[in-house]
Design a protein around this ligand. Structure first.
Ligand SMILES: Nc1ncnc2c1ncn2[C@@H]1O[C@H](COP(=O)(O)OP(=O)(O)OP(=O)(O)O)[C@@H](O)[C@H]1O
Length: 446
């Protein structure tokens, strides 16, 4: 083992046996008793990392990627299927809430059993008892059985023991989340303190804030392998961007499925009367949050969004082109109308709005027009969820048809260095001071 390392994880793989269903009723169990089939599922597929003394490492990754399994392997609750793990010194851990506690024993008795699991003798525990109790702030509950404790109280007790056993390596799994705000802050301060004293810490957390606060390095696990390792702020940003990308991919998939369904329904409707088609379509293109007002003399019959490639979608990149196509029908002849389009953020903040009349002093002759299109060449919206609003108005501003929230759109961005609602096109300029005087002074001195 390299002298400066406290932990060395080499090509560690971990597989679990996953049994196929044997049936739940007695009949099924008898019928399928030979069905003792299982498959080996690799949760970790070969991970390698080293940790130096006093380093704090944050493990991150989506649910089920193998973070807790890694901690359990480090704490020797389980063993790798392949590969090796070497750890120097005493390991203390806070893995599952209440693990290592006996529910019928008092808090005080549990301190003895729990601390002895971490290798302390009774004498050593007696010496630290006051510190453990003081840190947990559970003085008045200490002689009650721990089954009467809340999850936060469990955590207080477990944390107080784990940090008072003079461990060289401390492993913490997503447990600090159940503490109240003041105790969480106290725990973080304590972690920083014991880290400064040279304890090595490995922490699993879904809170990037927690990882950035105390970790020197983050390790992102995906599909049982290390995807990225490095400065917590950057690894965290890449991880969050990828998670958001996956969420939006799913939204886009669901939208396309809904579109296919809608097309099938539209085909069926084509054999119905034209009036019915109109009524059905009026409802189907609006989001579930749509709010519609107006006298209905002219009505939208479809509002669709397209990307630059001409694909109908609701997911766009920040800065990408967005095309809004509006179809309508009039119940009267000879009507001229104004068309308005606007965007609000999901929380209701109005972002941008305009109309063809205000911008071009032009009214659309409804009898002669089939479709009105607005092309946004460069949407300046930052990452987030936005709502599209559309309206058809008479020349005197009377509302024919106004639909707020007609579509919900998602804007995605890989940039994490901008804040607010929209991008303001800009550039930076830095003019350096001309240090003429100081040069002159130097030359006089010479
Ligand atoms: N004893 C076990 N037997 C079978 N499968 C297991 C066992 N322990 C864990 N797994 C599986 O291993 C995978 C990784 O689990 P693990 O608890 O390490 O994930 P995690 O990254 O900590 O997830 P989370 O963020 O949800 O806590 C999961 O698919 C889980 O179902």
């Amino acid at each position: 083992m390299n002298a400066e390392n406290v932990i060395e994880v080499k090509n560690v793989k971990k597989k679990f046996k996953v049994y196929f269903d044997k049936g739940s009723s007695l009949k099924e169990k008898i019928l399928f008793q030979n069905r003792n089939r299982y498959e080996d599922r690799f949760v970790l597929r070969g991970i390698n990392f080293n940790v130096k003394k006093g380093e704090a490492i944050g493990l991150l990754g989506k649910n089920g990627c193998g973070k807790s399994t890694t901690l359990k392997l480090l704490s020797r609750i389980m063993y790798p299927s392949e590969g090796t793990i070497n750890i120097k010194g005493r390991v203390s851990s806070l893995l599952e809430l209440g693990a290592g506690f006996h529910p019928d024993m008092s808090g005080r008795e549990n301190i003895y059993t729990n601390a002895s699991i971490f290798g302390l003798t009774r004498k050593e525990i007696d010496k630290r008892m006051d510190d453990i109790i003081k840190f947990s702030e559970l003085e008045e509950f200490l002689d009650n059985p721990v089954r009467t404790y809340s999850s936060g109280m469990y955590m207080r007790l477990a944390f107080s023991v784990a940090i008072n056993v003079n461990a060289d390596v401390l492993l913490i799994d997503e447990i600090l989340a159940v503490g109240d705000v003041s105790f969480q802050t106290k725990c973080f301060e304590k972690l920083k303190e014991i880290k400064a004293k040279g304890t090595t810490i490995i922490i699993v957390s879904h809170s990037m804030g927690q990882i950035e606060q105390i970790c020197d390095r983050a390790i992102w696990i995906e599909d049982g392998l290390i995807k990225e390792e490095g400065v917590p702020k950057f690894v965290g940003q890449h991880y969050l961007v990828e998670m958001e990308g996956k969420r939006l991919e799913k939204i886009e998939e669901e939208f396309q499925e809904k579109l296919d369904e809608q097309n099938i329904n539209d085909e069926k409707e084509n054999i119905m009367s034209i009036k019915n088609v109109r009524n059905a379509r009026i409802q189907s293109f609006c989001s579930s949050r749509a709010v519609r007002t107006g006298n209905g003399l002219v009505n939208f019959i479809n509002v669709k969004l397209y990307n630059k490639e001409g694909k109908e979608t609701i997911v766009f990149k920040s800065g990408e082109e967005i095309t809004v196509k509006m179809n309508f029908r009039s119940n009267l002849e000879g009507i001229k109308s104004n068309f308005a389009v606007s965007f609000s953020r999901d929380d209701g903040l109005y972002c941008y709005g305009t109309s063809i009349y205000k911008e071009l002093d032009y009214l659309v002759d409804i009898d002669k027009t089939e479709e009105v299109t607005m092309r946004i060449l460069n949407n300046g919206l930052l990452q987030g969820k936005y709502l599209l609003n559309v309206g058809i108005y008479a020349e005197d501003d009377i509302e024919y048809d106004v639909i707020w929230n007609v579509s919900e759109i998602q804007i995605m961005s890989e940039r994490v260095d901008e804040y607010g609602v929209c991008r303001l096109e800009h550039y930076w300029q830095v003019d350096e001071l001309k240090l003429v005087n100081s040069i002159e002074v130097t030359s006089i001195g010479e």
